[in-house]
Design a protein around this ligand. Structure first.
Ligand code: 2P0
Length: 331
């Protein structure tokens, strides 16, 4: 069968996904909105289904996948095999341009690239919408990485998940002035996975229901700001949604705390920077690293230089969605 290679970039949400209504089908409790990042945060994946293989093979960042990784990849390939009605095993080789599980959402680019490469390799003639639905079965945030620019994952209401996919709100070309300055505070693997953490929040947080009510209004404001190409008018909402998600994490029993002292210093500094003119918005995922969306990257970078505990700064542009390549990772 043909070999297929796909590239997908990571995305960083501005209205967060934190909670599932269906754990198996990865159906979220609320819509979320993100910007897709540039090639600095990307995954390239080559897939080939091959009758000579006795089991799936997965090599991630040059190493044979560990047990947990193998199981996740192989389970995902089972979905692809079921859809294509074949039984062949596959070889998967995947390279990230950034450290895995560093709070930089590697599962987003990882499963988007795997969904695209595997569906093409198996001969399924999938649209981007189909790929988005398939990617969702690997990881929720991967649903959004299918498209570039500003992207909304519609939670949908169907019980089979077929209306839970992403749509592009605005292409990357409309956001040439916007950057995400990522401050790496800690590049270690996180202690509580997003998957486990969000399940606990849905189960035990009393605050979570008020979050779901508030998100509706936030989505409206952000959609309208994106339509107007106006970053400033959504900066406060972006920070409010990140704070709200982390408050729900803290309200979980037992509490989940991803942000540390350095993260909190960054939050304060962004607020101070915005006092004279609104130029930046922080957002934090399931880790201490800060994502600072801004129309004035130089000012944000000089502000970050004054803060101790930041290990690395990455300046990301708004990037493109999935693309296919003829340059395979194995031959
Ligand atoms: C997001 N995060 O919207 C949120 C904000 C982390 C915090 O999507 O269980 O790895 O695979 O669906 O996609 C991370 O969660 O979780 C995430 P699964 P995923 O980007």
């Amino acid at each position: 069968m043909q070999k297929s290679t796909a590239i997908a970039n990571s995305n960083i949400a501005i209205i967060k996904y934190w909670g599932k209504r269906d754990e198996r089908l990865i159906l979220p409790t609320n819509n979320s909105i993100s910007f897709t990042m540039d090639e600095q945060l990307s995954t390239t994946t080559t897939v080939e289904f091959d009758s000579a293989l006795k089991q799936d093979e997965a090599i991630l960042d040059g190493k044979i996948a560990d047990e947990k990784e193998y199981e996740r990849v192989s389970n995902f390939l089972n979905v692809v095999r079921a859809r294509a009605k074949i039984k062949l095993f596959a070889k998967v080789v995947s390279n990230n341009t950034f450290p895995k599980a560093a709070g930089l959402a590697s599962s987003a680019s990882g499963f988007a690239a795997l969904a695209a490469a595997a569906s093409k390799a198996v001969g399924l003639d999938y649209s981007m919408k189909d790929i988005s639905i398939l990617a969702r079965l690997g990881s929720g945030s991967a649903t959004r990485s299918v498209y570039g620019g500003a992207v909304e994952w519609q939670k949908g209401s169907a019980s089979d998940g077929n209306d839970s996919y992403a749509v592009q709100l605005s292409p990357a070309s409309n956001w040439k002035h916007l950057r995400n300055i990522i401050a790496i505070v800690d590049a270690e693997k996180k202690k509580v996975s997003s998957r486990a953490g969000m399940a606990e929040t849905v189960k035990t947080s009393k605050r979570f229901s008020s979050r779901l009510e508030a998100v509706g209004k936030r989505l409206e404001i952000v959609r309208s700001a994106i339509k107007d190409n106006n970053f400033e008018s959504m900066a406060d909402i972006i920070m409010e949604d990140s704070d709200d998600m982390h408050a729900c994490m803290a309200d979980t029993i037992p509490p989940i705390v991803y942000m540390d002292e350095t993260s909190n210093k960054i939050k304060k500094a962004v607020r101070a920077l915005n006092e004279s003119e609104k130029i930046a918005a922080y957002t934090f995922d399931a880790g201490p690293n800060a994502n600072i969306y801004t129309t004035n990257p130089n000012e944000v970078k000089s502000m970050l230089k004054e803060i101790n505990g930041i290990k690395k700064i990455i300046e990301c542009k708004i990037g493109e969605g999935i693309r296919f390549s003829e340059k395979h990772l194995f031959y």
